[in-house]
Ligand binder design. Structure first.
Ligand code: ADP
Ligand code: MG
Length: 260
């Protein structure tokens, strides 16, 4: 079921310049002596939804955090919408503006209201007039179905509501690519669905998404491809159908048997 996108043009995520949203070529990363990412090769097309799964400590967070330079890789290339990530701070800023990220623990500012959380970056980073930023913020709060929470503080909201605020906050920056790092794993079970529903509607609108998640229902419903990571490597990459029906590697089979 496709939802009709009724957003004004100015509020739509600006489209990517290139057909490949994210490309990783021979990416390696070490934390000191520890080799955390090993020869990662990955191409995510514009509009693609990629689900990343794998055991704890396999490098999933590190991999997606490299895409907006929250972590630095030491070898190989990472190209985001045609721009290679290097030490060029101007390019890093550009890429960060295009790439939204949602974390497991929401990371909202506790001393700011929901509306203030949403307008902070548009006002200070994008130099948007406060009134415009608030209009856009309210638009996205309606989209995630909690406009009535605008004047509250994060601590007054449930975990599911806070995570929807975090998603809305990312959307206020008009990202071209969204990264999700286990967005539902800190939530009580009854709140998982409301967050996944928000992610599904984003997927239906054509957002390019890289989602670290063990929500396999979500993977089946929206993923174009699923990748399985273990010990810093991409062990397996397939369509969800093949991935679940016919996993190729022992490590994938073991992992699936543990979570399904
Ligand atoms: P995942 O998200 O798959 O659980 P991570 O990317 O968080 O895995 O971590 C991969 C490995 O790197 C783990 O062994 C973790 O302990 C280690 N690690 C993560 N962050 C750091 C860091 N900042 N310094 C050193 N080791 C780290
Ligand atoms: Mg992680």
């Amino acid at each position: 079921t496709k939802t009709t996108d009724t957003r004004p043009a100015a509020l739509k995520p600006t489209s990517l310049k290139t057909a490949t949203a994210v490309e990783m070529i021979g990416v390696n990363k070490w934390y000191g002596e520890f080799h955390v990412l090993r020869d990662i090769n990955l191409k995510v097309e514009r509009g693609e939804k990629l689900v990343i799964c794998g055991p704890s400590g396999s490098g999933k967070s590190t991999m997606i955090r490299c895409i907006n330079r929250l972590e630095e890789h030491q070898k190989g290339q990472i190209i985001v919408d045609g721009t290679e990530l290097t030490n060029d701070l101007k390019k890093i800023d550009e890429i960060r503006r295009d790439v939204g990220m949602v974390f497991q623990h929401f990371n909202l500012f506790p001393h700011l209201t929901i509306l203030e959380n949403l307008t902070l970056a548009p006002i200070w980073v994008k130099k948007m007039p406060k009134k415009d930023a608030e209009e856009i913020a309210m638009h996205y709060l309606r989209r995630v179905k909690i406009p009535e929470q605008a004047t509250k503080y994060p601590g007054q909201l449930s975990g599911g509501q806070q995570q929807r605020v975090a998603i809305a906050r990312s959307l206020c920056m008009s990202p071209k690519i969204m990264l999700f790092d286990e967005p539902t794993s800190a939530l009580d079970p009854e709140m998982v669905k409301e967050v996944l529903d928000t992610m599904v509607s984003l997927a239906e609108e054509g957002m390019t998404m890289l989602c670290v998640t063990h929500e396999m229902g979500f993977a089946r419903q929206v993923a174009d491809r699923v990748i399985f990571m273990d010990a810093g490597q991409i062990v397996e990459m397939n369509t969800p159908d093949e991935f679940f029906r016919n996993p190729q590697h022992e490590r994938t089979k073991l992992f699936l048997s543990q979570i399904l």
